[in-house]
Every structure is written in structure tokens, then in C-alpha cells.
Design a protein around this ligand. Structure first.
Ligand code: RTP
Ligand code: MG
Length: 137
């Protein structure tokens, strides 16, 4: 079994799409190990997205991720990292496959409804950034 880290981003939470996204997560065979609603502060969001610091979209990304509450998720499944990125679809909703989270609920490349770790290594780092070990069971 593999774990990944997911975020239902502020746009999707504000639009009332969190339940639909959770249903899609369960329909695709993920076990929700941990779940928490949280309004990210700037230091937490900047730490989480530190890899993007210096890029043109960084400020816009931090403003977006801190504009309202998100839902943080620890997910488990076989091949969880790749499978969750498949269920989310491409970063740009316009390029995402039909039926994916971003196609269904994303507005544009910035406001794209969800996050997913891009490797097993980053999944472990991101899970540890947001959850305590005892929460992951
Ligand atoms: P994520 O990390 O959120 O799962 O998304 P990703 O791997 O598909 O995309 P990544 O390149 O890591 O970008 C992180 C997030 O930054 C925003 N973004 N905006 N305006 C832009 O050109 C732009 N590019 C990226 C998106 O919210 C993206 O998910
Ligand atoms: Mg990424």
C-alpha cells in the first residue's frame, strides 16, 4: 500500500464541491487515513510550496491557497501517488481529461480545485508537514 497527500483547494471548498471530490476519492478506491479542514496561514502555505518560490505565479498561488479554508487529506491505495494525479487530471483544467477533479471543478491553471503529491518522496514530506504520525492510521 502507498500513501499520498491531497488538498481540496479553497475554490472547491468555497464552491461546495468538497463532498463531490471526496466521493470521487472513495469511488477510486482510496482509503482516507486522515482529514482536516484548515485555513492555511501564509507561513504554512509558503513552506508547503517552497519549491515554487521565485516563480512568476508564486504570489498568486499563496494568495489563493490562503483565501479560505482547505481540506487536507492523507490517502492510501495501491499506486496512490500516480493514481491520485490521474484522478485529479492535468494542472490546467482545460487540458484535463473528462471526469477528472480539475476538469469538473477547476476554473483555470491557478484555481484548479486540488493538489496531489508528485512523488512518493514528496508525499512523505508533505504528509509530515500537515499530519502527526498517530493520525495516519
Ligand atoms: P499541485 O502541486 O497543486 O498538485 O499541482 P501540480 O503539481 O499539477 O502543478 P505545480 O506545477 O506543482 O504547480 C502548483 C500549483 O501552482 C498553481 N499554478 N499556477 N498561473 C500559473 O501558471 C500556475 N502554474 C501553476 C496551480 O494551482 C498548481 O496546482
Ligand atoms: Mg505540484
Amino acid at each position: 500500500m502507498e500513501r499520498t497527500f491531497a488538498i481540496i483547494k479553497p475554490d472547491a471548498v468555497a464552491d461546495g464541491n468538497a463532498g463531490n471530490i471526496l466521493a470521487l476519492i472513495e469511488k477510486n478506491g482510496f482509503k482516507v487515513l486522515a482529514l482536516r479542514k484548515q485555513h492555511l496561514t501564509r507561513p504554512i502555505a509558503e513552506g508547503f510550496y517552497a519549491v515554487h518560490k521565485g516563480k512568476g505565479f508564486f504570489e498568486e498561488l499563496i494568495a489563493f491557497m490562503t483565501e479560505g479554508p482547505v481540506i487536507l487529506l492523507a490517502l492510501e491505495r495501491e499506486d496512490a501517488v500516480a493514481k491520485w494525479r490521474e484522478v485529479m487530471g492535468a494542472t490546467n483544467p482545460e487540458k484535463a481529461e473528462a471526469g477528472t477533479v480539475r476538469k469538473l471543478y477547476g476554473a483555470n491553471i491557478g484555481r484548479n480545485a486540488s493538489h496531489g503529491s508528485d512523488s512518493q518522496e514528496n508525499a512523505a514530506i508533505e504528509l509530515a508537514w500537515f499530519f502527526r504520525g498517530y493520525e495516519l492510521n
